[in-house]
Design a protein. Sequence first.
Length: 580
Amino acid sequence: MGVFVLVKNIANFNKESLFSIIQKKKLNKSVEENIGNYTLYLFNSKKKKFNQFSDNEDAIYSVGTIVYKEESYDKALQLYLNDFKNNCVNEECVYGDFILIIRLKLTITIVRERCQISKIFHLNKNIISNSFLVTLLSSNQKFSINKQSVKENVLLGYILNPKTIVNEIHEVYKLNGFDDLKFKYFNADKIFIKKEYNEKEVFERTIQLLNKQYTSISEAFNNKGVDIGLSGGYDSRLNLILANKKMKVHPHSHYKERYDKDLEIAKALCEELKLELKTKKIKPFIEIEKHEDLIELLEDTFYYYDGRVVLNTGFFNEIYSRKYREFITEKAEITLTGFGGEIFRNFNYQPKGRLNIDSWFKNFVFSYYNYAAIEFTEENRLFFENVKIDILKKLGIENEKRISFATRRLYFSDVWIPMTYAVKSFAENQLTYFISPFISYDIKKLSNEMNKVIAENWNFQANLIQNLSPNLAAIPSSYNFTFAEDPKLFEIKNKILNNKYSLGLKNFMQKKRFESIVKNNTQKENMLFDEILSHIFEYIDGVKIEYIKSSINWYYNVLSVALIIKKIKEHNVRIEKLNN
């Protein structure tokens, strides 16, 4: 996604710092203009066309990717601006991960897609940007670390909005009291479900909606090259099947030095479809020996991912670097991802019926591995309570003691998806037109209509794959079964482990296993990593560091959060020197 910045008062804004950050992001300035009380800056990459359309005193600018009425680029914006002015935007024809800035004379309206994947941050309502780093580092003030946010990032894998990792910057959430900016879609519409459909109806509606969306994207981009990442999972395969029917697909995968099962599956899928698979060998950061190479990659990933970390997207992984994505997307103008495909299955085997809310938090909101690393101090008790209050408020069940299966799925679509995939969408939209077809408003509405079906059929997504392409369904997956078969033993095992009466036993078994992993951890030491990690210690007291270090993905994520804290401290030192 390109970067936009709106600056109201230049007294607390450093234009030189802004352009320094943009240079590190390897973006180019496209627009700098005064609109009413604001100065608007827009930046895009060389590879992506800058999208804007002007109509006399009115104009529309886009960062990210928008498809409207089967059009893209300037034509989509022209149609959208005209319909916006006439109050007749057809929401069923809008796809993509985007932010629109609409200028009608001197009035600015900011629009983002309805599932709220795109994020906007503000500093005192004076600097407003979709880039957290720009909002942070282009200011002339010092910042304080939000300890609750750090722990959420480390233990949940994301930060609950409108908080950010610093106390002074907030996500624009709902309207936030702006007097001279208008926002659209910041109050998410509540979806009221009149009925739940049976499996046959859901099946037909799902395929119809997906085909409609992929057709619209294909028409809009007129058969441009499409990048798709392949693994051994459900989501990339469903994405591949739907895209390959309508577009010119360029799949990619990566591998490490050892045997990689996902790579073998990706090769088999491409052989079946007679597609060329682009591959890249990656090296774990902890095995990079040259200090200068490690620093270069860290800087690349830090600025590419905008100093934001969620789940397994830490800066200490080559696949989250600009360098990696430039190699992968060499022949592609757009990227289609399988993000959110979990919405088509009971992906973590949650039991039917109503669960005790504390049990749900312990076993499904926090991963049990993370939960096991927490010492039960008074501070951590308050941390848990704050997280619980925040999430239950977002779900509208503040006073409930138990949570239904439908509401747990609502957590996934309304909390988990917008607060995790947002980071990936921002990063990848900088290089290609990036779209997450499974995270669209129509699919979200459908998801709320299929709770009963998903509760009864945990493997509904495999049925979709089998129906659309029996040949690809028959290729093995990373789950040790194909999507053409009915893996009863796998289903029974996971249903037993995740039964609400079995969770206590499951916790005990996992705890023993994790203790063994921690005890036998032989991860090599790295002086640079240790120095970076030290910056987070004061914010995660009560969390066992040896547990973090025993899981390489989690360790990389925590190191990434620590690196953000280090960069904020360095910024504060610079500001203090300037003020003195």
